[in-house]
Design a protein around this ligand. Sequence first.
Ligand code: PEP
Ligand code: MG
Length: 592
Amino acid sequence: MSMILDGSPASEGIASGKVFILHWAVPVVPHETVPGGRVDDEVDRFHAARAWAKERLREVHAATEARLGLVEARIFDPQLLMLDDPAVVDGTVSYIRDNHLTAQRAFEWRMLELQAMWGRTSHPMVLDRLNDLEDLMVRVLNRLLGHHDPTALAEQREGVIVVAQNLTPSLAVHLDRDHVRGLATDHGTRTAHWAILARSMEIPAVVGLGTASQVARHGQEAILDGRIGRLVLDPDEGDRRAFEARKERLIVLEEESVAIADLPAVTLDGQPIAIRANLDLPVEAAAARAHGAEGIGLFRTEFLVVGRNALPGEEEQVEAYRKVAEAFPDSAVYIRTFDVGGDKFPMFLHMPQEENPFLGWRAIRVCLDEPELFRTQLRALLRATVYGDVRMMLPLVNDVEEVRRVRELLEEEEEGLRGKGIAFNSGYKLGVMIETPAAALDAAELARHCDFFSIGTNDLVQYTLAVDRTNTRLAKLYNPFHPAVVRLLHQVARVGRAAGIEVSVCGELASNPLGAFLLLGLDITALSMAWPSLSEIKKVVRDVRIEDARRAARRALAAATSADVTRCLVEGIGDSVDLEVFSGRWSLSLSD
Ligand code: PEP
Ligand code: MG
């Protein structure tokens, strides 16, 4: 009989395939000894596991080199060296021989010992090796314990449904659609950055499944529905028929959306709305164009560095920004400077362990503290201005001082480029993301120092409501229709209008039909979203009247609760949009 697990939708699409349990954690090793006569066998088992791990690492090295280049592939070199290091090998063997420990227990002991020794230093190189050491423990211990290899994802010929407790952006950035058909996690939320990446890569995903990683078995058949947030294990005939029917329905929806890609985004009463795409990887630019994006409203450049081993050089960055700018020769391209920290960590930067990473060293704060990282990016951005209307956007700004400091750095870099005779367009625009209540409340001051605002509702909601955007348990409380959020949006829109600068929204709210309706009503006329949502939102825009949206927004602004806000919007949008089509993904906004 089939087993149905319901979670929350995180990335569109449906998929079927075999379950791949991704359990990237050091396994628990039982304390066991062997009789004296079996000691040699244990030593042999250890060497066999070591040889196997070396072989695996070489394969992964080759695959990574083919996909991402040699620099990225070198990330595996320290682990390969460690497998031959006498400190590891001789230490483990003597634990087996002297204490008659099983190979796994001896290896674990030795590695824990090295971990404790290395952990006493704060040298960054050594701290890096600690990560390698842990990765090696995951590989070798799982092998010695007879568990399936958690690293064998890239070898799956058929394409699998990955089931995990949770994922990270650095794991997700290495996934690819050839091997992974779907993602299902116990924890996580739609606004976690790995889920955002999954959407960009068009890998269907469901989060908040509770115990999926415990109840699902490796190799089990499964169907994953990323639109309604469901994982079906051991699907029966009925489930399969429903799956096929939904697949066909989605193909029709996709055809309909491509059909409206070239139509203008104008409301029934003639208000044009700029609909732009959010981009996580430069390769998405083509899909964004095909689905009718009028430019790029947010390019999350940090995915050029997250999960990567080395800072991409200036040339590589210029190339990435140029590609995106040239894909949209007649429109604006808003490129956000690195938003690392929070849940996004590049491996080459030594991010501190923090109690509250989302309230910590993140985004503009990191950039201003890391001149090599930031200046390289600013130079690349300046140089990219010759290829199109490239606009620079700063994340998590709280204070005009931060903008001033960036302007100073830009002036210095401009000077440097002039000195070298390198071309750039000095008429570029610089703007900030409004992502904190402080920035929203201080918008009038910020407006004096920048050329545009782009509201990042994903963060604005988390910081306004003090609800971690990645916490599944709090997902019900993460409500963008909270009256406080609506008032802040209104305040920013009003201030931007008064200052004569553009206000756009590039958070998830813009891709929610009811959210888009609210934003239009607040006179926000530029929306940016992941490209798979472009046509749906364009359809919403084309089916509503700006006057109705304004009336609904006025009522929403006077509402006392999130439920009242939602009601005002549902009533305001009336029959113009079939909200049922969206209700799976946006159940929160419709039922609360
Ligand atoms: C946001 O916070 O709404 C946003 C667009 O930025 P990110 O999701 O990358 O934090
Ligand atoms: Mg943000």
